[in-house]
Write a protein that binds this ligand. Structure first.
Ligand SMILES: [Zn+2]
Length: 324
């Protein structure tokens, strides 16, 4: 018997999209960040560009098996009042004293997690552990990129509170997928970040400032678009998936007037700048002295083992935070 296709499609509606930039975007950001690095670093990173690109998405893979992972990717800053940036202390200790650790973890910890990853990367540079340098670079890049997404700063992260469900993947995956090849990723040279935690908060503030437009433009567009013109169906592998139509995407992208590209460019420069900052703070060690091919092979198989384990003990329904 032939299955009614609309039923199947309904079930699959954009259900795997709350991942921050999608695979393409995360990989692109890490990849292009390499070209912003100073001469002392760029050779090593270019040689290992496939690794930092491929592993840009590892933190998202962990979200379904490790319940500590999800809150590292966002902060629902609007949970903390009308002027949350005035009331939220910048430092973790003071923020935890004010709101409790549990509350912070429930609403997201991305600015502080960037700080943790930065110190891990700095440590790896100090110890000249090249496999760890690459692993930490790839993962730090992920969290920095996530912090650049406006919908990663709100409780209404998928438009579920404003009848705009699906907007998360629309903004961060569908639009870059359609128009990303035209983006200009030459964003200049990495800069030293004197106050990394303050910088992370600055990124969050900028993302949050763009949130109004992200939601309002889509709501406006939705009100003047017929439902049957808004979505289309596309075959992806074995699945027939309901996605935002090209006409709808084009109109939204025009209203956003380059916002997605601007956030991706800012993310790329920030990723390179945090890598560079870690390297400077570690005393500018020389890179690529050792032959790290074997190290990387064993790191890769370690990651593969972890992924296999994750699949096995996936905790369905337990993992909370920005999921459907
Ligand atoms: Zn993420």
């Amino acid at each position: 018997m032939k299955k009614p296709i609309y039923l199947l499609a309904g079930l699959l509606l954009l259900s795997t999209t709350l991942l921050g930039w999608g695979f393409w975007g995360h990989q692109r950001i890490n990849h292009m960040a390499v070209f912003c690095l100073p001469p002392e670093m760029v050779g090593f990173y270019k040689k290992n560009i496939d690794f930092v690109t491929e592993h840009a998405v590892d933190p998202d893979k962990r979200r379904y098996s490790d319940k500590e992972e999800a809150p590292r990717h966002y902060i629902d800053i609007d949970h903390f009042g009308t002027h949350p940036f005035d009331s939220m202390p910048i430092a973790w200790k003071e923020a935890a004293a004010k709101y409790t650790e549990d509350t912070l973890k429930a609403y997201g910890i991305v600015p502080w997690h960037i700080q943790i990853m930065l110190s891990r990367l700095t440590e790896a540079f100090k110890n000249k552990e090249e496999d760890q340098i690459l692993k930490m670079s790839a993962e730090l890049g992920h969290y920095i990129a996530d912090a650049h997404v406006p919908l990663h700063t709100t409780e209404n992260y998928n438009g579920q509170m404003s009848n705009q469900k699906g907007i998360h993947g629309f903004w961060e995956s569908r639009l870059p997928e359609l128009y990303g090849e035209e983006y200009d990723f030459f964003v200049g040279r990495a800069v030293y970040i004197k106050h990394p935690l303050e910088e992370s908060w600055k990124i969050i503030r900028e993302s949050n400032a763009a949130l109004d437009s992200v939601l309002k433009f889509e709501a406006d567009l939705n009100s003047r678009f017929a439902e049957d013109k808004k979505y289309t169906y596309e075959q992806r592998g074995k699945n027939n998936v309901k996605i935002y139509s090209e006409a709808y995407s084009k109109a939204y992208n025009e209203m956003l007037s380059g916002m997605v590209e601007r956030r991706m460019r800012a993310a790329t420069l920030a990723v390179a700048s945090y890598w560079y900052t870690a390297w400077v703070n570690a005393g500018q060690p020389s890179l690529g002295d050792k032959e790290n091919a074997t190290q990387l092979d064993s790191l890769r198989s370690q990651i593969r083992r972890e992924e296999a384990k994750m699949k096995q003990d996936r905790i369905d329904g337990v993992v909370k935070g920005h999921e459907e």
